[in-house]
Design a protein around this ligand. Structure first.
Ligand code: UDP
Length: 240
């Protein structure tokens, strides 16, 4: 299904895609490949906001399961997203793309703090802005951080690049008969509790009329294909 022409998008990458072929952490070669795809997309004239998760390094829930305070674990998770943001910034700048990292948790010697109007200016100047540290609050996810920044920055769509190629009616890894939706409404995602994004993120996108495009970023060239309407994806939007 062809996508509408977007001018400004927010691309959310889950931390685990940065692992590439590894089981944990960052695969610099794969991060470079991703950066090249993002650059190619930017070269088409799109304004790009980036949010990267931290699940390849640390998740608060996993820490809590092992006896860590949930809030401490969540702050560690947010710090993990800053590491990923710096890795992606480095890879993009090596390709000649100007970027800025803005963190929801101020860390002056590492990157800028999140300032919406400043981020706006960066985008106008053709820079990619990487928003790090999620929402800056525990008990949230980077998906919610992505939805929040997409709304604040007036993005026309939230593209969620992940390991699966869309939204299914059941887990495709467990059920080979699972069916992928081409489009699905926010309401159905929420009422059927489909595991696309957490409910807070979906609700925020619904309120702000931001379509969510879920696609696999693991396949080379897929970001460009999806944006050209030639890819495989699920679009979460209002009922049509
Ligand atoms: N996190 C948080 N608040 C936020 C965003 C993230 O506490 O606003 C923490 C949380 O512990 C989460 C971790 O950071 O598990 C990593 O983010 P996430 O799990 O969303 O990463 P992804 O699944 O996208 O790799």
């Amino acid at each position: 299904m062809p996508l509408p022409q977007f001018k400004r998008i927010l691309l959310k990458l889950s931390g685990e895609v940065l692992m590439g072929r590894q089981q944990f952490g960052l695969d610099p070669e794969f991060v470079t490949e991703l950066a090249a795809e993002i650059k190619a997309t930017k070269d088409t004239g799109l304004e790009i906001c980036l949010v990267i998760g931290g699940g390849n390094i640390f998740r608060g829930v996993a820490g809590a399961a092992k006896g860590l305070d949930r809030t401490t674990g969540d702050y560690m998770g947010m710090l993990a997203t800053v590491m990923n943001a710096l890795a992606m910034q480095n890879a993009l700048e090596r390709l000649g793309v100007e970027t800025r990292v803005q963190s929801a948790i101020p860390m002056a010697s590492v990157c800028e703090p999140y300032i919406r109007r400043r981020a706006e200016r960066h985008l106008q100047k053709g820079r990619i802005v990487i928003f790090a540290a999620g929402t800056g609050n525990p008990f949230f996810t980077t998906d919610t951080g992505a939805a929040l920044r997409a709304a604040e920055m007036g993005c026309h769509a939230l593209l969620k690049g992940t390991s699966v190629d869309g939204v299914y009616d059941s887990d495709p890894k467990k059920n080979p008969q699972a069916n992928r939706f081409d489009t699905i409404s926010y309401d159905k995602v929420l009422s059927d509790n489909l595991k696309v994004m957490d409910a807070a993120a979906v609700a925020l996108c619904r309120e702000n009329h931001i379509p969510i495009v879920v696609f696999s970023i693991r396949e080379k060239g897929n970001l460009a294909r999806v944006l050209a309407g030639e890819g495989v994806q699920t679009i979460v939007q209002e009922e049509v």
